[in-house]
Write a protein that binds this ligand. Structure first.
Ligand SMILES: *Cc1c(COP(=O)(O)O)cnc(C)c1O
Ligand SMILES: [Zn+2]
Length: 565
């Protein structure tokens, strides 16, 4: 490690450093390669929490909207050393449409895509690079599955630190190029991430360059815990607003019931849970969330071990996945820590397939307007599974770490035919743009939606619009709907059962008794548990019955495609 510049060290806080292996607490004086007592690697920062609780109750509200608002509990002695792009305090946004689709009203997205380089690794880079600057470090080595390389590159450039980034050759070239733009030395390792990590460590040791130790180091976990501080503060405000009778002087923080994230090394959830532990110790929240951790099935050392009830991960030597961000086959101690947390506070570690992730990616983009990278889509696929299985209950509040932006848009998600070709010489005056577009696809179909719940109608319309071109007629009751159907003769009817004036059963009967309409296929979407008599009323008359609240677009689209064929 480089020697420290004494002038930079003006001590302002009492920060301790505790070793996970031996428990020894020593003074924190900047990043160290190991515990000074037992030489083990996993170190955690400890602070004077009582004093901080006091200060926060007075001052927090007036502070700037960055993660530095929590600086008392961050491992930087002197704020002059902070390297910042204004990171942190990303929005907490309700996933309204996804919630409607899953029948779950309390899904919140912590939008980490809005960091300066587009992923939550910006927090880690901000703290780790500031700590390097404070320690007088001028050159550093990092191993990365992609996003750490990009985030550290930006922060190191700003701090004047030369960076060596070791990445595997499976990291998308666009990501490597992005890191290289900042002047980072990119070393492509033909091998797994765990091999790249080893080579990076040897390189750093040989050249006597500072090595970033990721999750084992203090900076990474301290950075991730700011996600917990922020979301507890944001959730506290949201819950406070729901109940205007509250008369607290200071809006209290609130813990969600679940925190969800896709894990590779597991640094995110480990750090977030440390944040909740500190908030609880300060009396600011009264519980800790359950953890939902997700891996890809082609590289799931933690999920497999968790399912089997093992105390160490089932290491994966050859990951098989297109999602490079999550290809850590040897997660090490993080697994033990996560299992301990899950034993105590609840939760699970699961895996999803690449295909499930890509499907979730499209659903989230098309339903709620969030374009996320595949690693992040893994979390949403996991969320969908846990809600469908009833593991996450509708009344529980869920916060999803929306960890990274779609960057780059990977080819296998959209393929090459994502746009339609159009000639610039179409005859606008004759046809109009719409007609010209219509001619591109002669098979535009007409669908009638009869649904009195406007949110549900909007969701169905959105699902259809995202899939292709349809003419869509909508009516909010059976009587109007029937008139529309008579007039427009749609190719398909999507029908709700509970509607005013004329309900769905009556509509079905009217349609079946009209020779001109009786062959139009009907898909019924209903929130109602049907009685045997009601089932009989629909029997043989409709193509498909879909329960409202837990239909996913894939089901609906599959049915529509089948019916329209
Ligand atoms: C790093 C990363 C993850 C995995 O996070 P860990 O907490 O390190 O396991 C997930 N998603 C994205 C976008 C990432 O960059
Ligand atoms: Zn120790």
């Amino acid at each position: 490690m480089k020697t420290m510049t004494p002038a930079l060290k003006t001590k302002q806080k009492d920060i301790g450093m505790q070793c996970r292996a031996c428990g020894a607490i020593t003074d924190y004086d900047g990043p160290l390669p190991a515990c000074p007592t037992c030489q083990q690697g996993w170190l955690d920062a400890v602070y004077d929490l009582a004093e901080t609780a006091d200060i926060w109750s007075q001052e927090l509200r007036q502070r700037e909207a960055t993660l530095w608002r929590y600086h008392e509990l961050l491992p930087i002695q002197n704020l002059d050393h902070v390297v910042s792009f204004g990171e942190g305090w990303t929005p907490l946004i309700r996933a309204r449409n996804l919630g409607l689709m899953l029948g779950h009203p309390n899904i919140y997205i912590k939008d980490e895509r809005q960091g300066p380089t587009g992923s939550f690794k910006d927090r880690q880079a901000a703290i780790a690079v500031s700590a390097m600057k404070e320690a007088g470090i001028t050159e550093a080595v990092v191993a990365s599955t992609g996003n750490v390389a990009i985030a550290y590159s930006a922060y190191c450039a700003r701090a004047g630190i030369k960076l060596w980034a070791f990445v595997t050759s499976s990291v998308p070239p666009e990501k490597m190029r992005e890191a290289a733009i900042y002047g980072t030395e990119i070393i492509k390792v033909a091998g797994t991430y765990d091999e790249a990590k080893k080579i990076a460590a040897e390189f750093a040791a040989n050249r006597n360059i500072f090595l970033d130790r990721g999750i084992k180091a203090i900076a990474a976990k301290e950075a991730m815990k700011t996600v917990a501080f922020e979301l507890a503060e944001q959730l506290g405000r949201i819950e406070h607003q729901k109940n205007p009778m509250n008369t607290f002087e200071v809006t209290p923080f609130a813990s969600p019931d679940w925190f969800l994230q896709a894990v590779s090394g597991g640094m995110g959830p480990v750090g977030v849970m440390k944040g909740f532990a500190e908030l609880e110790a300060m009396g600011m929240v009264d519980k800790r969330p359950k953890l939902g951790c997700f891996q890809v099935s082609g590289c799931a050392p933690m999920a497999i071990a968790f399912e089997k009830g093992l105390s160490t991960p089932e290491n994966v030597m050859q990951p098989v996945t297109d999602i490079a961000t999550l290809a850590t086959g040897i997660p090490g101690q993080a697994y033990e820590v996560l299992v301990e947390l899950i034993d105590q506070y609840g939760g699970t570690i699961r895996s999803v397939s690449d295909a499930e992730a890509f499907r979730a990616l499209k659903v989230l983009a098309q339903m709620d307007g969030f374009s996320v990278e595949p690693a992040t889509a893994v979390t949403f696929a996991g969320l969908i599974n846990l809600i469908r299985e009833g593991v996450i209950k509708p009344e529980e509040t869920v916060v999803v770490n929306c960890s990274g932006h779609t960057f780059p848009v990977e080819k296998h998600i959209l393929g090459d035919s994502f746009a339609r070709e159009m000639n610039s010489t179409y005859h606008a005056h004759e046809d109009g743009l719409l007609t010209a577009l219509e001619k591109l696809d002669g098979r535009i179909r007409r669908i009638a939606i009869l649904e009195d719940n406007l949110d549900a109608a909007r969701l169905i319309r959105r699902i259809l619009q995202a899939q292709g071109e349809f003419y869509i007629d909508e009516a909010q009751n059976g009587r109007e709907g029937l008139e529309l159907i008579r007039k427009n003769q749609p190719n398909l009817i999507i029908l709700d059962l509970m509607m005013p004036e004329m309900d769905g059963f009556a509509v079905v009967e009217a349609l079946k008794s009209d020779p001109k309409l009786r062959d139009i296929p009907i898909i019924v979407i209903t929130a109602k548990e049907l009685s045997p008599i009601e089932h009989r009323r629909l029997n043989g008359k409709i193509k498909r019955l879909l329960p409202k609240g837990d239909f996913m677009d894939a089901d609906l689209i599959k049915d529509i495609a089948r019916v329209l064929k």
